[in-house]
Ligand binder design. Structure first.
Ligand SMILES: [Mn+2]
Length: 351
């Protein structure tokens, strides 16, 4: 029995709402999901397991019809879905009453139920959210449901307010595989037995690194899984050590080359550190125009020798300013010191 396990697709979400690429990212969430369906079809897997938050918000009829249509392209694969905290099933809501035409089962809300498929002798046990939060571990005392069958457990959650799962207990509950959802970073909880595939596309700037799905196989009582990347764009934190001899144009040029090397499709958060030459102000407008720049933090310090500056200005405003702010060793004071000294050097007014 071969399967694909994915979760946290968040169809309908528009990431980075204030950024130029927001609409494009919304479309990519859709197209990467289509890619996943294509892969399931190519490999003719027996099961497609979707472990919650397929939708970003509880879906309406039209969204469910779209999903149903897309899943109907699978000719050899059954899809088993649970609802998560984002797409929880309210009583009499669209997902509560929708009946799929494709070979798809959306497990019911607020209780554990089993989907047994005789031809592949596999029992999938799962729980759909019926509300946003579960502070109780509803998985307590759950175990493999069928003897002499492949048993798969489908659960969304794992933090305090979204089913605080006792992973150790579940690991020993006799399931051949536990397909988790909710945590957006891919994570193997127990080797070949229990895993979060992570979101299919990264959904905000904190979700750095690749995203993808799990391809697995249960054969003769043994489960093997492999995580595969699928996302089309990644968030990258790009740290850059500025040197005092760099001109502004040179800084921009080096950043361009790094971005070209790491992939122009990615979304960058740039962090400038180190010492910048006196009065050097890189012009980031071209960079922002050409690439996907999420933000730029400038933590550079001017190259001046603070001790010498203090000595030369012992009895004036600048000296007093440096002395006062140097004593407080926190981020804001460091920035204030930098901006203040910069302003006084620029105006030449130190009194
Ligand atoms: Mn979730």
């Amino acid at each position: 029995m071969r399967f694909i396990h994915a979760a946290d697709i968040h169809l309908g979400m528009k990431p980075d709402k204030d950024k130029a690429w927001s609409e494009m990212r919304a479309a990519e969430i859709e197209s990467t999901f289509d890619k996943l369906i294509d892969i399931a079809e190519e490999r003719k897997v027996d099961l497609l397991l979707l472990a919650g938050d397929v939708f970003h918000t509880p879906p309406d009829m039209a969204q469910l019809k779209n999903l149903d249509y897309r899943l109907s392209k699978l000719t050899a694969t059954r899809t088993i879905i649970i609802a998560g905290n984002h797409d929880y099933i309210e009583e009499d809501s669209a997902s509560d009453i929708y009946s799929f035409e494709s070979n798809t089962i959306l497990l019911p809300r607020d209780c554990f139920s089993n989907a047994y498929m005789e031809d592949i002798n596999t029992c999938v046990t799962g729980f759909s959210y019926g509300m946003v939060e579960y502070t109780q571990d509803v998985t307590e005392n759950m175990g493999a449901q069928m003897e002499d069958a492949i048993n798969i457990f489908l659960v969304h959650g794992g933090d305090e307010t979204h089913i605080p799962i006792d992973f150790k207990e579940i690991a020993e509950a006799g399931f051949d595989y536990v397909a988790l959802g909710h945590i957006h970073k891919p994570k193997h909880m127990v080797k070949n037995r229990m895993a979060y595939p992570g979101s299919l596309e990264p959904l905000d700037c904190t979700e750095t690194g690749r995203r993808g799905f799990i391809y697995g196989q249960c054969l003769n009582g043994e489960t093997r899984i492999k995580w595969e990347p699928l996302n089309c764009r990644s968030y990258i934190n790009l740290g850059f050590e500025v040197k005092p001899e760099y001109s502004g144009a040179q800084i921009i040029d080096i950043l361009c080359r790094q971005i070209e090397k790491m992939g122009t499709e990615n979304i960058y958060r740039i962090l400038l550190q180190g010492n910048i030459g006196n009065g050097v102000k890189p012009d980031f407008s071209q960079l922002k125009l050409k690439y996907n720049i999420y933000d730029i933090s400038d933590n550079t310090m001017f190259e001046y020798n603070m001790d010498k500056l203090l000595l030369d200005n012992e009895n004036n405003l600048m000296g007093k300013f440096i002395k006062t702010l140097s004593e407080a060793d926190d981020e804001i004071s460091r920035k204030a010191l930098k901006y203040g000294v910069e302003a006084m050097l620029a105006t030449g007014d130190k009194r």
